[in-house]
Design a binder for this molecule. Structure first.
Ligand SMILES: *Cc1c(COP(=O)(O)O)cnc(C)c1O
Length: 238
């Protein structure tokens, strides 16, 4: 069986090859290792292989791992430090734990949740880095704002000092390469539109377009993704 270190190498090679195919610099795509359902041991194995950014879907499970591996609990402290991204749905009663423990929230799609995160972010921590989740392909039961409401939410987030808007995240329905490329291309157009918007000389300055998973990272990179979120290809089947 391939180790987590082997798998990471393979995933980085896939990212590199996709960047070359798209005429992009390999350093223009970051890798988020999605460790949901796996434990602190697997996160440590990935960290030993040079991976620092991890994504969690389930808040409670994520907080347990974050705490177990935090400098307050885990010695000697991990270096470089871990960077934790919340990529799952957030209910109102879970915002406090997210604000206290995570570095990023990629699954933001409601102002009310953003306002709670802003109030509950401890003052000694840097701003919570956030992405707006966009429902690009219009899946009926899916999280994410509709594309036409993304700018409105982005502007509202500018008023919340404990949050720093970094970009957009999307999770298209599984589809073939061409369809995935088209949907992700729409996300890229929206991303560029938001970045072209300016008010009183101030623009949003977004640097993160988070899209692409194990099955579709090549299409995502071709469409302009700057961060792929990969679980299965690194840690194995869930
Ligand atoms: C689980 C998950 C991933 C990783 O999916 P894989 O197919 O295992 O790579 C990425 N993003 C989100 C939002 C997820 O829930």
């Amino acid at each position: 069986m391939a180790s987590i270190a082997d798998n990471l190498l393979t995933v980085r090679q896939r990212i590199g090859a996709a960047c070359v195919a798209a005429g992009r610099a390999p350093s223009s795509v970051r890798l988020l290792a999605v460790s949901k359902t796996y434990g602190a041991q697997e996160v440590l194995a990935a960290h030993s292989a040079g991976q620092c950014a991890f994504g969690e879907n389930y808040i409670q499970e994520g907080i347990e791992k974050i705490t177990a591996l935090s400098p307050q609990v885990f010695t000697p402290p991990l270096f470089p430090a871990l960077d934790w991204h919340c990529i799952g749905p957030i209910q109102s009663n879970k915002t406090k734990g997210v604000a206290q423990h995570f570095d990023w929230v990629q699954s933001l799609d409601r102002l009310k949740i953003a306002q709670r995160l802003n109030e509950q972010r401890p003052p000694h921590l840097p701003p919570l880095q956030v992405c707006i989740q966009v429902n690009v392909d219009g899946g009926a039961n899916k999280s994410g704002v509709e594309p036409q409401h993304a700018l409105e939410l982005a502007l509202a987030l500018q008023e919340l000092p404990a949050l720093k808007l970094r970009g957009l995240m999307c999770i298209p329905e599984p589809a073939d390469f061409a369809q995935t490329l088209e949907v992700m291309g729409q996300a890229k157009v929206l991303f560029d539109q938001l970045n072209a918007y300016s008010h009183n000389g101030k623009s949003l300055g977004l640097d993160t377009l988070s899209m692409g998973m194990t099955a579709d990272l090549e299409a995502a990179i071709q469409a302009g993704s700057t961060m792929v979120r990969v679980g299965t290809a690194i840690f194995g089947k869930r």
